[in-house]
Design a binder for this molecule. Structure first.
Ligand code: DAH
Length: 348
């Protein structure tokens, strides 16, 4: 039986108890320390039992000292538990933290979309060659989009352009332009030759999106009308544009084709920029990729806008801006141009 009359026993038990509390390094360890320091088998508990044999006065004062010591130890235990709970929780949160920064928007200003940048660069190349930039409406008449381009109603070539018609005016009279060629018509209606224009902009077709087609896409149309313009001028213009935009290693070729608004007509192809002509999946092993069409303006088109084809001749071309961006930057699937994924867009 310990000697309770000795004050230092109580003080010693408290000091020891406090040291063990301070040494506990987890909530788990603290629980064991609590039992040892203030529990039923603790040193304080056995000192408490020893009080019974003391005279009443002494029992009261020693009893008070013991109670005060236990209260201080208990308060200290409670405080440690709260603190340790907090830091253990913090550590757990830290270790379980997910890094979500990838989906946060990048701070700072944005920039022009790749397609817009490409359009501006193409305009620059043609302006450098002496062309001016023209525009036309995206909601267009059937006449400008088809008839004036030598594609009358019911003409089989209409199936080349799977068109969105608008509920506006008489049925079939207005549509979302299926190519930028109607801008040729509007320019020739509004100004006399000589004409040297390019017309970039959106075009619409009822296509299912895939790696190389988008239902909303961009084209750039070119039109030259002057005296004595020849197919050689067309071919030279296309080649000059190709090397200016894609670099000196990439060349163009024209292959016989058919468009109702040109005669003769050609398909405009460039060396595949992915394999540099060796043959790969993007070019189906041919080494060449089609960018668009071209040809000498058909006399029926001149007739539709009242230009005398005895005096004037011209060439025209039209190709995909999105396709140019795809070829220049090696973009496998064009659909990323519409996704607005910041991880893609921020690369350009
Ligand atoms: N408009 C044609 C298309 O979208 C491309 C084209 C071919 C434009 C020949 C022209 C041209 O100006 O002469 O398929």
């Amino acid at each position: 039986m310990p000697d309770v009359s000795d004050v230092s026993d109580v003080a010693l038990a408290e000091t020891e108890g406090q040291a063990r509390i301070d040494a506990a390094d987890s909530v788990e360890a603290l629980r064991a320390v609590e039992a040892e320091v203030v529990g039923r088998r603790s040193r304080l508990a056995s000192l408490q039992q020893g009080l019974a044999g003391l005279p009443p006065d002494e029992r009261r004062s020693r009893g008070r000292q013991l109670n005060e010591a236990r209260a201080r130890l208990q308060a200290s235990l409670d405080l440690r538990r709260v603190e340790m709970g907090k830091s253990e929780r913090r550590a757990r949160l830290e270790s379980e933290r997910l890094d979500l920064t990838e989906v946060l928007p990048r701070p700072g200003p944005g920039h022009l979309h790749l397609v817009t940048q490409t359009q501006a660069e193409l305009e620059d190349v043609f302006v450098g060659m002496g062309f001016t930039v023209a525009e036309g409406p995206e909601a267009e008449t059937d006449w400008h989009n088809f008839e004036a381009l030598n594609i009358p109603p019911g003409h089989p070539a209409r199936s080349m352009w799977d068109t969105f018609y608008l509920r506006l005016g008489p049925p079939g009279s207005t549509l979302l332009r299926a190519h930028t060629s109607p801008v040729q018509i509007r320019v020739m209606q509004s100004q006399p030759p000589p004409i040297f224009i390019v017309a970039p902009g959106r075009a619409y077709r009822r296509d299912t999106p895939d790696a190389r087609h988008l239902p909303v896409f961009h084209q750039i149309e070119g039109l030259v009308v002057d005296r004595g313009v020849s197919f050689a001028d067309l071919s030279g213009t296309i080649e000059a544009f190709t090397t200016a935009y894609f670099g000196p290693a990439i060349h163009s070729r024209l292959r016989p084709s058919y468009f109702p608004f040109t005669e003769p007509s050609a398909e405009y192809e460039i060396n595949c920029t992915i394999c540099r002509g060796a043959g790969c999946r993007t070019c189906s092993g041919t080494g060449w990729v089609e960018l668009g069409g071209a040809g000498m303006v058909d006399p029926n088109v001149f007739a539709a806008v009242g230009i005398d084809d005895e005096e004037w001749s011209g060439f025209a071309f039209g190709f995909g801006i999105d396709r140019c961006a795809q070829m220049r930057h090696g973009i496998a699937d064009m659909r990323v141009l519409l996704d607005n994924d910041i991880r893609f867009l921020s690369q350009f």
